[in-house]
Design a protein around this ligand. Structure first.
Ligand SMILES: Nc1nc2c(ncn2[C@@H]2O[C@H](COP(=O)(O)OP(=O)(O)OP(=O)(O)O)[C@@H](O)[C@H]2O)c(=O)[nH]1
Ligand SMILES: [Mg+2]
Length: 300
């Protein structure tokens, strides 16, 4: 499957409702209050979020006023541009050696995302090492080993219950010794409480900073697109623990509310970097704002 058909298939559920409603709304209507109210309703129904929806509509009103546009047919292109602008962040190119920490609440698909990322970097000719720093959940390291095998990459793990920061320490030592290009750190989703999670993640940060000061270090949070607005509070909660460099938005294939990209990205100014669109190793796409909007509001 090519890139476009993949993102298209991943967004199928969102598109089913959204495309049609937008198509109908933008066909031969006056740009009056009713129009903007309906547009806001469509956006909020797709989980775009109230703040992002209001911002989009405000910008659209201003742009239509400036350009003296009064008919909806001519406003669609403006809506596309405004929506792209809301979520199109410049993400710095990766530099190597690269370390990516993957965090998020339990069950969102962290381990799966690491398996997919391993394949992604490997297919770009990079050597990859996985660090099994989820030592909390039984069998977490075994699950990661299966992904390491599938992707054909190495893994560093320790016994269940051992210190996650010690696993990261080992992994970095091993990566430096072998000159690996990418280290992907899997972390636990469920700890006894937030303080524990906070302590553990900052300890891991500390190890990376100290042991690998010149690596390109990115902290990503994984969220499950099907949880809608709940995903927004997860971004907020993790944002209190560390600086989030990017979001991996998983289970995009299972949601009719793909608009959640706006709720999480626009308001918090954190880019969505990858989207997960299935359970298989190749079901990961680098996020591209223009392609995404192209699917939601196709150019006719
Ligand atoms: N449909 C779909 N399922 C996914 C996707 N990503 C992960 N999953 C499924 O979500 C479930 C949980 O995935 P894991 O990778 O184990 O999640 P995790 O965040 O590591 O879970 P914990 O380690 O328990 O916190 C699995 O059944 C995955 O197959 C996705 O993009 N789409
Ligand atoms: Mg896991």
């Amino acid at each position: 499957m090519g890139f476009f058909s993949k993102i298209s298939a991943g967004l199928k559920k969102t598109k089913d409702g959204f495309n049609k409603k937008i198509y109908e709304l933008f066909a031969g209507r006056e740009l009056d209050d009713d129009f903007y109210e309906e547009l806001e309703y469509i956006l909020i129904s797709a989980d775009v979020g109230v703040t992002a929806s209001e911002s989009i509509i405000e910008q659209l009103k201003n742009a239509c006023f400036e350009k003296k546009i009064t008919k909806s047919d001519n406003a669609k292109e403006l809506l596309r541009e405004i929506m792209i602008g809301e979520i199109d962040y410049e993400v710095p190119e990766y530099e190597y050696p690269l370390v990516i920490l993957v965090a998020g609440v339990n069950g969102v698909g962290k381990t799966t995302a690491i398996g997919k990322l391993a394949k992604y970097f490997k297919s770009q000719g990079k050597s990859v090492l996985l660090a099994a720093a989820d030592t909390f959940r039984a069998a977490a390291a075994e699950q990661l080993s299966v992904w390491a095998e599938r992707a054909g990459v190495r893994i560093v793990k320790q016994n269940e219950g051992s210190d996650p920061a010690a696993v990261v320490f080992d992994a970095i030592g091993s990566a430096k010794a072998r000159g690996e290009n990418v280290v992907l750190i899997d972390t636990a989703g469920r700890l006894h409480n937030k303080t524990n999670l906070m302590k553990e993640l900052s300890k891991i940060h500390g190890v990376v900073d100290r042991e690998f000061p010149n690596c390109d270090y990115r902290s990503y949070i994984v969220i499950d697109a099907t949880t809608g607005q709940n995903a927004v509070s997860q971004v907020e909660n993790f944002g209190e623990i560390f600086d989030i460099d990017g979001i991996i938005l998983n289970k995009f294939d299972g949601t009719a509310k793909g608009g959640v990209v706006f709720a999480i990205s626009a308001e918090h100014e954190i880019p969505v970097v990858f989207v997960g669109i299935g359970e298989q190793i190749d079901d990961l796409l680098k996020f591209d704002a223009s392609d995404y909007i192209e699917e939601l509001i196709p150019i006719e």
